[in-house]
Design a protein around this ligand. Structure first.
Ligand SMILES: Cc1ncc(COP(=O)(O)O)c(C=O)c1O
Length: 513
């Protein structure tokens, strides 16, 4: 990354700040705002109902409204501002199942129906303007209507959008991905799910082994092999012991026989991986993980963890896949691989690389991708590398996600982090800011989060209240409480960040401790 201190091999060097408000350095490089506060109440809520249970501990001894009351008030404001969204949400149920096009668009108190986006802003059907920090779940690094993307797409639309034959734009895109991610060979697909599915197939095809290792709390899309222990935040019996988690189904409709082929380990725990490999000698094809976890807030790898994984897996004839669907381009120009200096056997990309269009990519070493080139594994798809997607992807890589853009994003990241940490300290909140590149989040916990079990203790009711204050104040964060992060785009500016920090200040004062 051009200016991000994140380019060092030590991933903890990428954190916004390493000094806690009380003057102590937080162990994982995040910033503990108040270690003196009472213990966090552990009211983790099911993923499908963010903040269904409000935490009242913070205000129990004062006459100020409780967190539950604050959430109720903010939800009432939210609903008042959005009568057209409410109407559409009602009408939509007649023809759209559940009234939305993807189940993750069902959010509390109601889905927000949008009309358009422009630059760093989104507009809902009621005419409200928002600074877009939702980023379409990690896609909108380019912002909306970026001139380079518009130019590329417009010119390609006029020349045909689909041939199912190779076109030259795929060459430019794959060459640029090779340069950024240090992997020589690429194929394209359409979604993150397709990319990680191909990666898992490839690891099995190459090794002739069926088992894979997956990290508890990582999400890799909705295909069978990885829909295991994605967010097992309900039944502790189903989760199993922390050092040897069970393979918990993350969806209905997936046969147990397939779930059992996916072995689960905690993040940041090399020994747990070693145990799995010892238990199943010669049976494990490889491991897939998000090198920086981004479906549990943001959890960074501890120094040496990723390099240790690569060495350990290779010593047993197994492969390593980094799922960089979220981190690719947003953590830095070469993703988490670039930030940490660890190049895996396979990288999967999607989301931001398409500049707003559906593009995914799978990159690999020669040893891996030779199995694709020689037909051992057939990586296929009618829309793979379609010219429209490739035009947008090439523009994204060569004209949008430039060194200058990363320099600007880094300044905005620092501005956001400084402002948030100031308000956390001022209001004595038990919270930490974790950020990298264009992404970041506030983690409502007084201790560092190193894996999914730690993440279970993060207080989701605070995340939901924060989301509501931001939304009602004209900043759209992703609606999944503690799970998601902000994404800035190359079109955001200081005024956007200041609106975000001002809203946070209002929220922090309301829930201060
Ligand atoms: C890390 C990661 N991998 C894979 C996916 C699946 O991507 P898609 O929704 O494009 O299928 C996601 C989606 O959020 C993701 O976060």
């Amino acid at each position: 990354m051009a200016t991000n201190p994140a380019s060092s091999a030590d991933p903890t060097a990428t954190t916004a700040s390493t000094t806690a408000a009380n003057g102590t350095a937080a162990a994982n490089g995040t910033t503990a705002a108040s270690s003196a506060a009472a213990p966090a109440s552990a009211t983790a809520t099911p993923a499908s109902t963010p903040a269904a249970t409000a935490d009242t501990a913070s205000t129990a001894t004062t006459s100020r409204p409780s967190l539950t009351e604050i959430i109720d008030q903010q939800e009432a404001v939210f609903i008042r501002r959005q009568p057209q969204s409410a109407r559409l949400a009602r009408e939509a149920t007649s023809s759209l199942s559940g009234g939305v096009v993807s189940s993750w668009q069902i959010s509390r108190p109601q889905p927000v129906w949008l009309s358009h986006g422009s630059g760093s802003k989104l507009y809902d059907v009621d005419g409200n303007e928002y600074v877009d920090l939702h980023g379409g779940y990690g896609v909108s690094l380019a912002g909306h209507g970026h001139p380079a993307i518009v130019r590329a797409v417009r010119s390609q639309v006029e020349r045909g959008t689909h041939f199912a034959q190779p076109t030259q734009a795929a060459l430019a895109a794959s060459a640029e991905l090779s340069r950024r991610f240090g992997l020589p060979q690429w194929r394209f697909a359409n979604s993150g799910t397709e990319a990680t599915m191909d990666a898992v197939h490839l690891m099995r095809a190459i090794t002739g082994r069926d088992l894979i290792i997956k990290v508890e709390g990582c999400y890799h899309g909705h295909h069978d092999s990885v829909q295991v222990s994605v967010c097992p935040d309900g039944d502790a019996d189903e989760r199993g012991p922390a050092d040897r988690p069970y393979s918990a189904p993350a969806s209905s409709g997936i046969p147990r026989a397939i779930t059992d082929l996916t072995l689960i380990v905690p993040f940041n725990d090399l020994e747990a991986v070693r145990r799995r490999l010892d238990d199943h000698p010669g049976e494990i094809a490889g491991m897939i993980l998000e090198p920086i976890m981004m479906n549990a807030g943001i959890i960074k790898p501890q120094p040496g963890y990723l390099a240790g994984l690569k060495e350990l897996l290779h010593s047993r004839g197994a492969l390593l896949t980094f799922d960089e669907v979220k981190t690719g381009l947003t953590a830095g120009p070469g993703g988490a691989a670039g930030v940490t200096g660890v190049t895996p056997d396979i990288v999967t990309l999607a989301k931001a690389i398409g500049g707003g269009l559906a593009v995914a990519a799978v990159g690999g070493t020669h040893e891996v991708m030779d199995h694709v080139a020689n037909g051992d594994y057939e990586m296929v798809g009618t829309f793979n590398g379609n010219p429209l997607a490739m035009a947008a992807c090439t523009a994204m890589l060569t004209e949008v996600a430039t060194a200058d853009a990363y320099e600007r994003l880094e300044k905005l990241r620092l501005r956001a982090v400084e402002g948030l940490e100031r308000e956390i300290a001022r209001n004595n909140l038990r919270a930490q800011v974790v950020s990298i590149g264009a992404k970041g989040c506030v983690v409502f916990s007084d201790r560092p989060v190193r894996n999914f079990r730690d993440f279970l203790d993060v207080r989701d009711s605070y995340s939901h209240a924060h989301w509501l204050f931001q939304h009602n104040g004209g900043v759209f964060l992703p609606p999944w409480g503690k799970i998601e992060q902000w994404l800035m785009s190359v079109q955001h500016d200081e005024a956007d960040i200041d609106r975000f920090v001002d809203n946070f200040a209002t929220f922090a004062a309301a829930v201060r401790q």
